[in-house]
Design a protein around this ligand. Structure first.
Ligand code: ASP
Length: 322
């Protein structure tokens, strides 16, 4: 996709890859996903249009996606095999590669704010579990009860996955396996940022951490190259250092953002069993949103204010605003 002019901005978001089969998608559901993506784009767009930073824009966009129960992050996160929610999130500032991440927590209303607090106030990059929760309380982050995060659809998905496991059947439904939300942005000053937040994969083992909070795997931002947020089979994204691999191709191999991100998603991750996709922006404002499965909830917006969203391999739906 085309680059932007020097002082234009761009924001891209995703709501997870591996979508509901077209045959099971109703027009109402489809419209709700597009509307959810548009709300996130608009939340970040106003920040960037006001001259705000890429970091603030990706925080705002991911918070909107976490608040939306349709997506697997924050409210609506999936369940572990033990029937608990364990959320992971990360944020990275391309200006100086500062980064913050949390893993295995349930409590903060917006896990991305927990990751940001780690980045800005802990002196560390990554906090996990109970200590991360204690830190979030000290930081005064808003907490919610487990009932706030509960959705019937995610609970049912867990029951179906566990039943399939018991019967030895393999789960072919990508929508049960996948999810995650993320945002990447370039602000008017050419600064890049990335943020990713997830409940992980349905029926994951308690304590399992995926790629989303792992800097260089599911989340990466560096002003000299690009910002990336991934969604898909986290173990493979970690093993192939997906986000950093894309940036390295820009830095050392002179590849364009589109070449690099498509090659990693299609030629590296897919053959290794890493179904999913990424959203990426580079320092010139180019955007790339490749995926190697049936679809990825995704969208982007530039300074023209047109909110472009898509789910499958299809033309973007364009709206000025809802
Ligand atoms: N990447 C996430 C994880 O492995 C899940 C997903 O994006 O579908 O935790």
């Amino acid at each position: 996709m085309t680059s932007t002019s020097d002082n234009d901005f761009v924001l891209a978001v995703h709501g997870g890859a591996g979508t509901i089969l077209r045959s099971k998608m109703t027009p109402e559901r489809e419209a709700a996903y597009h509307a959810g993506l548009r709300r996130a784009l608009e939340a970040g767009r106003v920040v960037l249009a006001d001259g705000g930073t890429a970091l603030d824009a990706v925080s705002a966009a991911v918070m909107a996606l976490e608040d939306e129960p349709l997506f697997n992050a924050g409210r609506g996160a999936v369940y572990t095999s033990a029937g608990k929610q364990e959320m992971d999130a990360a944020i990275m500032d391309g200006r100086d590669r500062s980064a913050g991440a949390i893993a295995g927590i349930c409590g903060p209303r917006n896990p991305i704010l927990a990751a940001r607090a780690v980045m800005e106030h802990s002196g560390h990059v990554f906090l996990i579990g109970d200590s991360a929760l204690r830190f979030c309380r000290e930081q005064g982050l808003a907490f919610e009860e487990p009932s706030y995060f509960y959705t019937e659809a995610r609970w049912q998905a867990l029951q179906e996955t566990l039943a399939m496991r018991r019967s030895g059947a393999e789960d072919q439904d990508e929508s049960r396996k996948h999810g995650t939300v993320g945002a990447v942005a370039r602000d008017r000053n050419g600064n890049l940022a990335a943020a990713t937040s997830t409940g992980g994969m349905t029926a994951k083992s308690p304590g399992r951490v995926g790629d989303s909070p792992v800097i260089g795997a599911g989340t990466w931002a560096d002003n000299e190259t690009c910002a990336v947020s991934g969604t898909g089979h986290g173990e493979i994204f970690i093993r192939y250092a997906a986000g950093h691999e894309i940036a390295s191709r820009l830095r050392y191999a002179g590849q364009s953002l589109e070449e690099a991100s498509r090659a990693v998603v299609v030629d590296v991750l897919a053959p290794a069993g890493g179904s999913g996709g990424v959203i990426a922006v580079d320092r010139t404002g180019a955007v790339s949103l490749p995926f190697n499965c049936s679809g990825m909830y995704r969208g982007y917006v530039r300074g023209d204010g047109i909110l472009r969203t898509a789910i499958y391999d299809e033309a973007f739906v364009e709206r000025q605003q809802d």
